[in-house]
Design a protein around this ligand. Structure first.
Ligand SMILES: NC(=O)c1ccc[n+]([C@@H]2O[C@H](COP(=O)([O-])OP(=O)(O)OC[C@H]3O[C@@H](n4cnc5c(N)ncnc54)[C@H](O)[C@@H]3O)[C@@H](O)[C@H]2O)c1
Length: 363
């Protein structure tokens, strides 16, 4: 089984721009059997542009002969889709966030154990060669860590991927949209232990659960690598009518502080995502490009000194595209039993921290 028969559920923006073309590109590793989406417009786009079969729903997709499924449906649909795919005996690559409620991650872990299948969460930035190089630069530096900053500003999606071929799935029924909102509300209420609405709800589901979840996972990866386990959220804010959101975490008790901010800049044609680790004698900084600018390297910058001699080094380790590397990683996990970098347990840790951030933001 070296060539995986795979189906995709959800044919919206990320599937049209990344997953479907990348799966077609990796034809030695994947046979893209079919793509399912309730939107007739999305199905028509997939069929005409890629010549791939389509289905109107997940059940029809799971009825096909598959080895694996990639889930790129809206956030609220991830838990049930992962559960159904595992129960159908398939390996799963699921878009982030895996869930809102960390208890759902625990339940999925049990189902996964019973199924004996791979589940990988699609945190593609963990496959970025600059992230791997940054891990190499922080080896053994845990005791010297002082501060982590994450700063993300995002323009409207059009600025990020207007140059790609894409057709919006704007023909799903009103009933489906209403059901999706109710299901999101139900899962968020379960995660936070209380109902939230308005700006806090939008900031929580958007800035924290959908966007900063990537950075939470990146930072957790750095901290794991340095053997630092204790992280507690100490403050959180949603501001500017949910156009902005921020959180502060204590790291390793009082050893270090982690601050994180997300701000929408709808009319600025520039995406910026910066993750910087400040040690007592150096700063390691990653500056990510907009995710849909494929193959554009993430800048890795190291600042350090030898006495009064100060040096800045910029490191580039090739042009590997993280969205492609994550598919290759999933293939290797399924076919060769390689370790899953971003499994259910990692997502559970991310969503547990984000739920504690949400509770502070809603307090
Ligand atoms: N890893 C990344 O960098 C990245 C980037 C973008 C999006 N994502 C994630 O991928 C998923 C899809 O995001 P997107 O930007 O493609 O969104 P989108 O809204 O463009 O696409 C979602 C698709 O799911 C379909 N769908 C399936 N079941 C549905 C239902 N019950 N109700 C409504 N629509 C349904 C829609 O028709 C639509 O085609 C989200 O979970 C998002 O968080 C990840």
């Amino acid at each position: 089984m070296s060539r995986l028969r795979i189906g995709v559920f959800g044919a919206g923006m990320v599937a049209q721009v990344e997953h479907v073309p990348n799966l077609v590109h990796l034809r030695e590793k994947f046979e893209l059997v079919a793509v399912a989406d309730p939107s007739a417009k999305a199905r028509d786009f997939i069929a005409t542009r890629f010549g791939v079969a389509t289905d109107p729903n997940l059940d029809a997709l799971l009825a096909r002969k598959l080895d694996a499924v990639l889930i790129a449906a809206p956030d609220f649909a991830h838990v049930s889709a992962v559960e159904n795919a595992l129960k159908a005996g398939l390996h799963v690559l699921a878009e982030k966030p895996l869930c809102y409620d960390p208890k759902d991650a625990e339940r999925l872990a049990e189902i996964q154990k019973a199924a004996g299948k791979v589940v990988q969460v699609a945190y593609m930035k963990r496959f970025d060669p600059s992230y791997a190089a940054a891990l190499g630069l922080i080896e053994g530096l845990g005791a010297k860590l002082r501060y982590i900053s994450v700063e993300k500003s995002e323009p409207d999606a059009g600025y990020q991927m207007g140059h790609h071929f894409y057709r919006a799935s704007d023909d799903v029924t009103q009933e489906m949209i209403t059901q999706g909102r109710a299901e999101t509300q139900r899962q968020v209420t379960a995660a936070l232990g209380k109902e939230i609405s308005g700006a806090v709800f939008r900031g929580y589901t958007g800035a924290f659960c959908s966007s900063l979840v990537h950075d939470v996972n990146l930072v957790h990866g750095f901290l794991d690598h340095m053997g630092i386990g204790r992280v507690e959220a100490s403050a959180a804010h949603v501001f500017a009518a949910a156009e902005g959101a921020s959180a502060t975490m204590r790291v390793g008790g009082d050893q270090a502080l982690w601050q994180m901010v997300h701000i929408n800049v709808p009319h600025l044609a520039e995406y910026r995502e910066r993750v910087a680790l400040h040690f007592d004698d150096r700063i390691v900084e990653l500056i990510f490009p907009a995710p849909y600018l494929n193959h554009l390297p993430t800048r890795l910058i190291l600042q350090r000194s030898n006495g009064h001699r100060y040096e800045t080094t910029e490191i580039r380790d090739g042009f590997t595209e993280p969205y492609i590397a994550e598919l290759e990683g999933f293939h290797a996990a399924v076919t060769r039993g390689e370790t899953v970098k971003t499994g259910i347990a990692h997502a559970a840790k991310d969503m547990t921290l984000i739920a504690s951030i949400g509770k502070l933001a809603a307090a």
